[in-house]
Every structure is written in structure tokens, then in C-alpha cells.
Design a protein around this ligand. Structure first.
Ligand SMILES: [Zn+2]
Length: 176
């Protein structure tokens, strides 16, 4: 890795920000994307948004190799969910929320417009777990966590865990 990327945890202010749209590819974008894929696979994640590594850039990376044979590693720049249909509930985890899994209600099928790592525009349809990953990561770009999408009662049960993660985030930010 060229840059020392690290995961930002729940409690880091940038994870509550709505990230800035990319009007063009930033300098060293390819390197950043490669580094994010490397970090993500090291941490065994399937999706990682730019603010999860402290960058105010509206994109995320996703590794669909567990679920799809083609187009394994994807970059979604300025994603926009154009249509959604149906509803499913399934378990989710998040690299910014270590040791927490929650059941989250999401749309089943989505149609999403985005730009790829060459800044070419696509409109694609996804369903099932891939659709869920895209919705989870698009949420991050808007400052939303999966834990914002569960009932207040269930969130209350996670209160202590969330507080200790936020404390860890604060300490890490101080160090850097
Ligand atoms: Zn996440």
C-alpha cells in the first residue's frame, strides 16, 4: 500500500457527513482504489466507502466475488438509487462497527446509476445480497449507519457497544 489507510470507526465525524460528489477523478484515484481493495480484503469486508478510510469522496468499492463470477471488484462513484422494489431483511456487519451484526430491512431490487473507476456511467439492476451491499455503502456516503435503520429499542441494546466503539474512534483520531 502506498498510503497508510486505516478504517475509521463509528464516532469519527467524517462518517456522519454527506460526501462531496466527484466531478472528475481525483489525482491518484487508482492508487487509492487499489489500497482500499487491499485493506478491505485484509479486513474481510465486501464493501468499503471512502469516508470509512477518512476521505471526503463520494464513492465506495465492493468485492462481489463471493456472490458473482463476473465483474468481481467494482467501484461505484456518485451512486444514485433510481428505483427500488420489494423488501427483505437480512444480517449485516460493518467494518466501522466491529463485532456488531444487525438485521436490517432493505429494498430487495434496486436500479442504480453510478460511474466506474474510469468515470464511465452505468445503470444496473441488482437484487439480493449485492443490492443490500450497495444500499449499505450508499448509506455511508450520506452519513448513515446500518444501526440507524433498526428500531430504537434494538439500538438501545447496542448502546454500550456503540459507546465503546466511539471512544476507540476518538482515541485513534487523537493519535493520527
Ligand atoms: Zn458499513
Amino acid at each position: 500500500m502506498k498510503e497508510d489507510l486505516k478504517i475509521y470507526y463509528y464516532g469519527s465525524p467524517i462518517l456522519r457527513e454527506k460526501l462531496s460528489e466527484l466531478e472528475e477523478l481525483p489525482e491518484d484515484f487508482d492508487q487509492l482504489v487499489d489500497d482500499m481493495f487491499e485493506l478491505m480484503s485484509h479486513e474481510e469486508g465486501i464493501g468499503l466507502s471512502a469516508n470509512q478510510v477518512g476521505k471526503d469522496l463520494r464513492f465506495f468499492v465492493a468485492d462481489f466475488s463471493l456472490y458473482k463470477d463476473d465483474g468481481i471488484k467494482r467501484v461505484f462513484i456518485n451512486p444514485e438509487i433510481l428505483e427500488s422494489e420489494g423488501e427483505t431483511k437480512d444480517e449485516e456487519g460493518c467494518l466501522s462497527l466491529p463485532d456488531i451484526t444487525v438485521n436490517v430491512k432493505r429494498s430487495d431490487k434496486i436500479k442504480v446509476r453510478f460511474r466506474d473507476r474510469n468515470f464511465e456511467e452505468h445503470v444496473e439492476e441488482y437484487s439480493g445480497y449485492l443490492s443490500r451491499v450497495i444500499q449499505h455503502e450508499t448509506d455511508h456516503l450520506n452519513g448513515t449507519f446500518m444501526t440507524d435503520r433498526i428500531s430504537p429499542l434494538k439500538r438501545k441494546l447496542l448502546d454500550n457497544k456503540l459507546k465503546s466503539i466511539a471512544k476507540m474512534a476518538k482515541q485513534e483520531l487523537k493519535q493520527s
